[in-house]
Ligand binder design. Structure first.
Ligand code: FE2
Length: 376
């Protein structure tokens, strides 16, 4: 059963939505930002566009801003042992600290969130210099993860105050990554509803779709998931929690190694997934694989598609069809030392969902990897 847009009325039930234009950037706290920037540049084709650190007068942290299409990722490392960044890397390994929301009125967004019960991470700061006006404040969400409210429509400087632009120091060759499609969080068992309520009450978001044990389970493990979204559809954030199974759920494996709730995967769109994934393969990015039998019954399951199935099979790209069209997707293996964060590459051809028809094949693939890690 498709459970689409089941709770759109939540938005109409009195909680006014905090206006968010879209994802502004994702910030990672990492153990070695210099080396991480090289990985995203050479592996994923991001350009290094801005930097801050000792050379710009920052004594506490170093940050590299990577960009491809409209995707901005900030890689931040600590320069001192006593810092939130070092603590975060120690506790969680490399991972996502901040999901930045681009807003047109950061003061209103921040104050509204606080009024509705969000916990302050950093008070709202307003900067004004020759580049214009920039505002940012942040609040906590699941685990140690935060949401930043970024207002930058009257700002022309490199990324944010304190950063300098970088020209061609580490230029990536783009692979066709366009924009962030959705960002998925894993939370502790029986905590999903808590965080669903949080996004409803604080942000005025609604449940766009949900998946239960019948949708996502294998012989061994299961999860349940609700997708939180804003009305305009620019923000989509599924929240997963582990569900009882015979063995350890992939979500539980994440929680054990991340030692808290946090971001599980970031899905990035492309207009030509065969080209994008072909390039990523060449550069050594590793993907989950599905058995060849997945492709034997593909046409039966999804009907006619524009792409050559042999080519999809060669790269391990998955296909799912729903009422509005179809989508193509593939998942990387975890990109950190711990089995935590991974990426999804997605091409949408009319489909607005998350590839439900692929959950089974995908789960089995993840479990094969878990078994290799000794965690199943
Ligand atoms: Fe996804």
């Amino acid at each position: 059963m498709v459970k689409e847009i089941v709770e759109r009325q939540a938005a109409a039930s009195g909680v006014e939505e905090i206006q968010v234009d879209g994802f502004d950037h994702v910030e990672f706290y990492v153990g070695n930002a210099l080396q991480a920037s090289y990985y995203y540049s050479r592996g994923f084709g991001f350009d290094l566009v801005a930097y801050k650190g000792l050379e710009t007068g920052d004594r506490e942290q170093v940050s590299y801003v990577m960009k491809q299409g409209s995707v901005q990722m900030v890689l931040t490392g600590a320069l001192t042992p006593e810092s939130e960044i070092a603590d975060h890397a120690h506790k969680h390994g490399d991972g996502v600290k901040a999901i930045g929301f681009r807003v047109r009125d950061a003061k209103k967004a921040f104050e509204t969130a606080i009024e509705r019960g969000a916990r302050v991470h950093k008070e709202l700061e307003e900067h004004e210099d020759e580049n214009g006006r920039f505002l940012c404040g942040s609040v906590y969400t699941y685990g140690d993860t935060i949401h930043k409210f970024i207002e930058r429509q009257d700002y022309n400087g490199p990324f944010a105050p304190g950063f300098k632009s970088v020209e061609k120091k580490c230029e990536g060759t783009p692979v066709g990554l366009m924009s962030i499609d959705h960002i998925v969080g894993n939370v502790e068992v029986e905590k999903m509803e808590y965080w669903v309520d949080y996004y409803k009450k604080v942000f005025g978001f609604y449940v766009y779709q949900y998946f239960d044990k019948d949708d996502i389970s294998t012989q061994y493990s299961a999860l349940v998931s609700k997708v939180m979204a804003n009305k305009s559809g620019t923000i989509k954030m599924p929240i997963n929690e582990p569900s009882e199974g015979l063995r350890k759920s992939q979500i539980q494996e994440y929680l054990d190694y991340y030692t808290a709730g946090g971001v599980q995967h970031i899905a990035i769109t492309t207009r030509d997934i065969i080209k994008t994934v072909g390039e990523l393969h060449k550069r050594g990015v590793e993907f989950l694989t599905v058995p060849q039998s997945y492709y034997d019954s593909l046409t039966e399951r999804v009907g006619e598609i524009d792409e050559d199935i042999e080519e999809l099979a060669k790269l391990g790209i998955l296909v799912d069809r729903e009422s509005g069209g179809y989508l193509l997707q593939i998942f990387t293996k975890p990109v950190e030392d711990r089995p935590t964060l991974f990426f999804e590459i997605i091409q949408r051809k009319g489909a607005k969902g998350f590839g439900k028809g692929n959950f089974q094949a995908l789960f089995e693939s993840i479990e094969r990897e878990q078994a290799v890690r000794g965690n199943l």
